[in-house]
Design a protein around this ligand. Structure first.
Ligand code: BGC
Ligand code: ZN
Length: 349
């Protein structure tokens, strides 16, 4: 790839960013397997990488938002053509074609440098260090939770107490964190049995880790619910229907798993429907995140460092040093047991 130039951005508003860290996730795994993603026009390949952290190296004369040395995270989706894109909320686009760095039609951040405009960047405090590479995945969770709270304003006095998080991968763990920071009593259900780092990380937040091999969601709800909010992040879609059934009255179910497969299940349709109607329940799907969610997620990360020092860094389990070791990164992504977070140290400062 040619070295990007700050000067190539319009109106002197270019920012040249040196990439420091890039995190990998299930979306990268799907793209590598050829099940998802799209190349930019004019290319027959896609530069991967959407979870990112970099440092500002150059700014154009029209940039007042950032200074040299600032740590920045780039947002993943660029605006398309729908009214929502025009309003600065491209995460809510109704376009069929969408533009996401490292995922869809835009090259990603597994590269030494990128150039972008201030509108696409979020500054992170230096004190957060490399944990700021978790801002992008945290923004996804933040959006789901913020939308749930927004929808629940229908209840005038919604005071959620009990939450269930389904999945204890990076998304499940960050969702557990976000809900604990909001003061909820959280049960996190996962396939794996303790002892595991995932279970330790859940416990460190004062949440309860349950192995679904022992306690299913319905049993968890009987013991620790009813759940006012359920956040689904397992990638296993049949669980959604059990969550719909289990969700408490006036509750909200947030779905965040991108499930590209073709799985079919039989469900107790009448019972689920009846429960939803008589219980005034809500279910929402959520994808991507806009600036508002990145900024809210940043506050959560900073709070996390204050309240649970070192917890975020424990998520960064598998460091791969140097872009040249990309093969190792891809292998780790597929390893069993699944590492919590594989990330590439592209460069030091
Ligand atoms: C990314 C999101 C993106 C979604 C769907 C996720 O892995 O973090 O930014 O919107 O994939 O492409
Ligand atoms: Zn992602």
């Amino acid at each position: 790839m040619p070295l990007p130039r700050q000067e190539d951005m319009p109106d002197g508003r270019g920012v040249l960013v040196k990439v420091l860290r890039v995190g990998l996730d299930g979306t990268d795994r799907e793209i590598i397997a050829g099940q998802y993603g799209a190349t930019p026009s004019g290319y027959n390949f896609l530069v991967l990488g959407h979870e990112n952290l970099g440092v500002v190296e150059q700014v154009g004369p029209g940039v007042h938002e950032f200074a040299l040395g600032d740590h920045v995270v780039a947002m993943v989706r660029h605006p398309g053509n729908s009214p929502y894109d025009a309003m600065g909320i491209p995460d809510m686009t109704t376009d069929d074609i969408y533009y996401e760095h490292g995922i869809s039609r835009l090259h990603g951040f597994l590269t030494e440098y990128y150039a972008d405009t201030p509108e696409c960047l979020v500054r992170t405090p230096q004190r957060l260090g490399e944990a700021a590479v978790l801002l992008e995945p945290a923004s996804i969770i933040e959006k789901g939770i913020m939308q749930a709270y927004e929808i629940q304003r229908r209840l005038r006095i919604w005071r959620p107490q009990h939450a269930a998080v389904l999945g204890a991968g990076p998304v499940g763990l960050l969702a557990t964190l976000a809900l604990r920071l909001r003061g909820l009593d959280v049960v996190t259900l996962a396939l794996t049995e303790p002892p595991s780092l995932n279970a330790d990380l859940v416990a460190a937040l004062g949440a309860r880790h349950l192995s679904t091999r022992r306690t299913g969601l319905t049993a968890a709800s009987n013991a620790f619910g009813p759940f006012d909010i359920i956040f689904e992040a397992t990638g296993f879609s049949p669980l959604v229907f059990e969550a719909m059934e289990t969700l408490g009255k006036n509750g909200v179910l947030v779905l965040s798993s991108v499930t590209g497969g073709g799985r079919k299940v039989e469900v107790p349709a009448d019972a689920i429907n009846l429960g939803f109607v008589l219980g005034n329940k809500v279910m929402l799907g959520t994808v991507n995140a806009n600036r508002e969610h990145f900024e809210a997620a940043l506050k959560d990360l900073v709070m996390a460092e204050a309240q649970y020092p070192g917890w975020l860094s424990r998520l960064l389990t598998n460091r791969v040093t140097g872009l040249e070791n990309y093969r190792l990164a891809l292998e780790l992504l597929d390893a069993t047991p699944r590492p919590i977070k594989v990330f590439v140290e592209v460069a030091g400062e």
